[in-house]
Design a binder for this molecule. Sequence first.
Ligand code: 13P
Length: 258
Amino acid sequence: MNKSTRKAIIAGNWKMNKTRREAKELLEAIKPLVANAEGNVEVIACVPFTNLETAINTTAGSNVKVGAENVHFEKSGAFTGEISADMLVELGVEYVVIGHSERRQYFGETDETVNKRLLSAIGSGLKAILCVGETLEQREQGITEEVIAMQTKIALQGTCEKCIKNVVIAYEPVWAIGTGKVATPEQAQDVCAFIRKTIAGLFNQEVADGITIQYGGSMNAKNCAELLAKPDIDGGLIGGASLKAEDFNTIVQAAVNG
Ligand code: 13P
């Protein structure tokens, strides 16, 4: 199976940006621009919890899907400030970002909690965008592959061949996030291919050939085409550039054409 048979996915990760009014405005601007991607490239907006309902209402009837940026692993209970997978499903949320490096860096997320969140999300019927990525220090130490293999293997513990179909992996080198320092297409391709090899080892070649692997980290309207042309890069997880309709659309169109 080659790239053309895999699902291409361009997802915006809005992070902690946009009020509800601003979210509606941005989605209203994005919708007509990306309408032509339907059936070809999946387009997702992952938005803050407070914007989910607005986003679901605004995108109804369009090809823009809605995702959350995190989810708790328990079904319910005394977890002040947390949101469960069932709560997201009830709202109509389809995707959730899990294990973003900002959550690992600032909020004590570990490979173990990433695994618990992922199992809870897919168990409730959500699709997970699992983020993995090395720090600059780890890259300089030459342990990128070890780090990526460990993050991927631990996050996917307890998943099965059938449920892995609801998992997308985003390779996001920590040093490229929000820094303007994008990985070269070759660096990104190498790690995405390595992730695919890791999946083949965990499951089999067919599963590895079918899984969507995105690149994220300073992907923008200028550098997206080169990255998306690589054989193992099936899409992008976009931070800053997803907050501007035109730029986000340029990335979607690069995926449509690429
Ligand atoms: P930037 O595109 O702003 O570098 O962010 C990438 C990211 O973290 C997406 O999840």
